[in-house]
Design a protein around this ligand. Structure first.
Ligand SMILES: [Zn+2]
Length: 532
């Protein structure tokens, strides 16, 4: 809609990290003996902050191990407004908010026709060309040019954005069942990825059924909830098709996808010798996407999500056992978190919540803006709606600014009257506003640099979502921003930490453990009290 990629490229922050109102990171000493030989970031896509407690008694694998043995921040948030996959992943190892990374929404994420995929000419290209600044991978590399990094995910943005612009080993899934990369990174797949693809692991799930891991009585959720998956195939078992090409396409919507992604990560650790040398620190980033696809399809309260988290726990247990066997747990620092949370399916929100959440038609907001722009006889190419934001090129409209401001003022009033719209703010007001007591204002300010063309931002009422999907995320509310944040390894003091922290604090904390400093001003701070 509305050529968002072109438009938002145009508004992308030009000043890079300089616009971050950064708290400088002073000192990087972690008191544990020597830096890790391997830093592992595990990102669970759509990992709600409450899942670990909700399913806690039934967890016994990797999630249980990390939560019980690690420094677990239970009140960690993506402190930005558009809680989507691309901005979330870009924040984690950069320590910077979207206003500074340049990755402000999924739609201005990694799509790049100039970087075609190796998998085939028909595929969209992808690269980090919009990402600005550096990440922990660059900080490690500038200390030791031998430092290596690998990033894998089902999703292109989940693999690309954690490691920033680094031209390292970055692989994601192609719907035919192969892992691929783009020409931004290399012109041919390395042998170890080709060998992995030749095993056709995704196709090995042909005909397999996703059944409940535990006895039926272990699940309190009803299975038969017809709003799930748009009313189709919403009860167990969920069978992977017999046709192998169909199976490869369906796999990402099941917990089996994470098994395949983790298997690729382990192959990569072996092939690249990650963590093998005590003299340097390597980086492994793994983003697991099944939880996101299952959450969008079945919702956070579904029996499917419950079972998925149990399977994620078991799969991570196998992964950690294998990793520790390969490299030794005492040399590995692990962080696990999410890129965003998710909201309850609007129709399932408790009756006590008012106003009642609704599904908002983004086209209605677009139509309203178009009507106002046309009535004011302003060039419609210079004022655009991109879902929840209104963009205008003020410099091109410098002779029409009073007219533009009238349009914006009228939009604010009329959009607020649309059911499901909570507030419509002018960004210029938010930059001057109370970002301490108004977290929604603060999250919008963290989203866009002050120099952007974003004029207005629309915030829906709690649990309202834009229509077109069963369940989703993307709001500035805590249910979308809260994710688990756990640090694990001998450098960290285990325990539950209830204080408010931000996911931008993850990168500087790992940097402190690895003994490197951020190469630029960042937004995050070292969570020192979790360090030994
Ligand atoms: Zn999602």
């Amino acid at each position: 809609m509305l050529r968002p990629i072109r438009t938002l490229l145009f508004i992308a922050c030009l000043c890079g990290a300089a616009c971050a109102r950064a708290q400088s990171v002073s000192g990087t000493d972690a008191r544990a003996a020597s830096p890790p030989s391997l830093v592992v970031l595990i990102t669970v896509d759509q990992f709600r902050g409450d899942y670990l407690d909700r399913f806690g008694p039934q967890l016994q694998g990797g999630l249980a191990r990390l939560a019980r043995g690690g420094a677990w921040f239970t009140n960690a948030h993506h402190d930005h407004a558009i809680t989507e996959t691309a901005p979330g992943h870009a924040t984690l190892l950069s320590g910077r908010f979207p206003r500074s990374t340049g990755i402000m929404a999924n739609r201005i994420g990694v799509v790049d026709p100039a970087a075609p995929l190796l998998a085939g000419p028909g595929a969209f290209g992808a690269s980090p060309q919009r990402f600005q600044g550096t990440t922990l991978v660059d900080w490690l590399h500038s200390r030791d040019s031998q430092s290596r990094a690998l990033s894998v995910s089902y999703k292109d943005r989940g693999a690309i954005l954690p490691v920033g612009r680094s031209r390292t080993e970055v692989y994601w899934y192609y719907p035919d069942g192969r892992f691929t990369t783009s020409r931004y990174y290399r012109d041919s797949l390395p042998d170890w990825v080709s060998r992995f693809n030749a095993r056709k692991l995704p196709q090995s799930y042909v005909g397999k059924a996703w059944t409940l891991l535990l006895p039926d009585s272990a699940y309190k959720e009803r299975d038969s909830v017809s709003v799930e998956l748009g009313g189709r195939n919403f009860t167990f078992p969920h069978r992977v098709p017999e046709d192998s090409s169909q199976a490869a396409g369906v796999l990402p919507g099941t917990p089996f996808m994470d098994e395949v992604t983790l298997a690729l990560a382990l192959d990569g650790v072996n092939a690249l010798g990650l963590g093998q040398s005590a003299a340097r620190t390597d980086m492994l980033a793994v983003s697991l996407s099944a939880t996101d696809l299952i959450g969008h399809g079945y919702g956070m309260d579904s029996r499917e999500m419950h079972d998925n988290i149990l399977r994620l726990d078991r799969n991570l247990g196998v992964f950690l056992d294998s990793l520790f066997k390969l490299r030794g747990a005492s040399h590995i620092a692990i962080a696990i978190t999410g890129d965003h949370g998710v909201a309850t399916i609007p129709e399932l929100v408790p009756a006590s919540v008012t106003p009642r959440p609704v599904r908002v038609d983004a086209l209605a907001l677009d139509a309203l803006l178009r009507r106002l722009v046309a009535a004011a006889k302003i060039d419609s190419g210079l004022v655009e709606m991109d879902r929840q934001i209104v963009l205008a090129d003020r410099s091109a409209l410098k002779n029409r600014l009073p007219g533009l401001d009238s349009v914006l003022a009228a939009f604010v009033v009329q959009a607020r009257a649309i059911p499901g719209v909570a507030r419509v703010d002018r960004m210029q007001d938010l930059y001057r506003g109370d970002t301490i007591n108004d977290p929604i204002a603060r999250r919008w300010v963290h989203q866009f640099p002050a120099q952007s063309n974003v004029q207005l931002v629309v915030t829906l009422t709690p649990f309202s979502i834009f229509s077109g999907i069963v369940a989703t995320h993307g709001s500035p509310y805590d249910y979308d921003s809260n994710v688990p944040l756990i640090f694990y390894g001998p450098w960290f003091v285990p325990g539950r930490y209830p204080e408010f922290v931000r996911t931008v604090d993850l990168a500087p904390t790992l940097a402190a453990v690895a003994g490197v400093k951020p190469a630029e001003r960042i937004d995050g701070v070292v969570l020192r009290h979790a360090l030994k």
